[in-house]
Ligand binder design. Structure first.
Ligand code: PLP
Length: 392
């Protein structure tokens, strides 16, 4: 196929491969070659490709009811909201279709609440440098990476960016104009940077003192990725709202903004909406994902295999001290920070039919499906070690 002259917008620098099929942690290209996938559609296909429970849920729902409108109730949406709230701090869920929309929803909630409770000047949101919250104009404004914002100014006003894990900067930033503090508990796209317990505790206390919302963007690290159903469960704090998307339905588009009942009061009828949000197909798929993750032993296995993978990465780092700065991560989101940029490394690893992400030229990010086996982990470790050895 002639990819260069395709009619697809040129917004992505794509690898020269076309996938036609996937199963578990494996993908197959048009020529029938097999690839080991440690990208998972960027933390989306967390149960592996074409997980039978999800396929079954979608198939059955497609034969029953695909869409009505949020003007009416549907069972899949009610059941999914119930399941999410049964297993989190949440009491109300707003459904949408993507991570950026989930972030937008949380920001709208925070602004409206801030203005009502604290006055018209209360609309600021404190975010982190290096964060990623999506590409719509306001999610982009929350994102702490000027490289993505360049050329799209003017941005939505009211966002302040402070360095991650800097309590002093946070204390200086939060005040009477603050509507929310928005953070990824483990910063994903920014280089797999876990936030410290002390920083999160300080954020929680400051939000309490100044009556603003603590919002967790768990779009990338939620849904079992870190070894607990939600990443906040491994921190000493509980947020007021959290954003979900990516792995929520294992590849079927869906987003969710989960909040306490008290907070969600500030989005009464008519204040926010989404045509497709929470449609029966997406919700049935997401419910199947949740049920699977909550099966006994599933998350324990994620933690154990994640630990096994991490140990493998650490041992590669030990024997490559000149090339590797650090290993970081939690559960099934792991990264190697290289000492120097290696812009071709992902491509070189791909030559061994393994898929990984390379961020900012020097952060190898691994997002294997949560069902990955130790044999598959070994295969990836072997390839990474071999390709690192070839770096001069
Ligand atoms: C991917 C991502 C988003 C954006 O999600 P989209 O579905 O691409 O809009 C937002 N926040 C985080 C933390 C993400 O990783």
């Amino acid at each position: 196929m002639d990819y260069q002259n395709s009619h697809i917008a040129n917004t992505y620098a794509r690898f020269p491969i076309e996938f036609v099929k996937g199963k578990g942690a494996l993908l197959f290209d048009r020529q029938g070659n097999e690839y080991l996938d440690f990208v998972s559609g960027i933390a989306v296909c967390s149960l592996g490709h074409c997980h039978p429970a999800v396929t079954r849920a979608i198939t059955q729902q497609a034969e029953t009811l695909m869409h009505v409108s949020n003007l009416y109730w549907t069972e899949p949406q009610l059941e999914l909201a119930q399941a999410i709230c049964d297993h989190s701090f949440g009491e109300r869920v707003f459904f949408c279709n993507s991570g950026a929309e989930a972030v937008e929803s949380a920001l709208k909630l925070a602004r409206r609440r801030g203005k009502i409770l604290k006055g018209p000047e209360c609309f600021e949101v404190i975010c982190l440098k290096g964060s990623f919250h999506g590409r719509t104009m306001t999610a982009l404004s929350a994102t702490g990476q000027p490289v993505y914002q360049h050329g799209f100014e003017p941005l939505t006003p009211g966002f302040k960016h402070i360095p991650p894990n800097n309590i002093q900067a946070l204390e200086l930033a939060v005040g009477p104009r603050t509507a929310a503090v928005l953070v990824e508990p483990v910063m994903g796209e920014g280089g797999v940077i876990p936030l410290s317990d002390d920083f999160l505790k300080a954020a929680r206390e400051l939000c309490n003192t100044h009556n603003c919302l603590l919002i967790f963007d768990e779009v990338q690290v939620g849904m079992g990725r870190t070894g607990t159903l939600f990443a906040y469960k491994q921190t000493p704090v509980v947020p007021d709202a959290m954003c979900l998307a990516k792995a929520l339905a294992n590849g079927f588009p869906i987003g969710a903004m989960v909040a306490t009942g008290e907070a969600m009061e500030f989005l009464p009828p008519g204040t926010h909406a989404s045509t497709f949000g929470g449609n029966p197909l997406a919700c049935a798929a997401a419910k199947a994902v949740l049920d699977t993750i909550l099966e006994p032993g599933f998350l324990e296995n994620v933690r154990e295999t994640g630990q096994y993978f991490r140990q493998g990465l650490e041992s590669i780092a030990l024997s490559n001290k000149d090339k590797i700065k650090e290993c970081r991560g939690r559960g099934m989101i792991q990264a190697i920070e290289l000492a120097a940029p290696q812009p071709d490394l992902a491509m070189q690893i791909l030559e061994d039919r393994c898929l990984v992400l390379l961020g900012h030229g020097r952060i190898l990010r691994f997002l294997p499906p949560l069902i990955v086996t130790r044999n598959e982990v070994d295969r990836m470790l072997e390839v990474v070690e071999k390709r690192l050895a070839q770096i001069a």
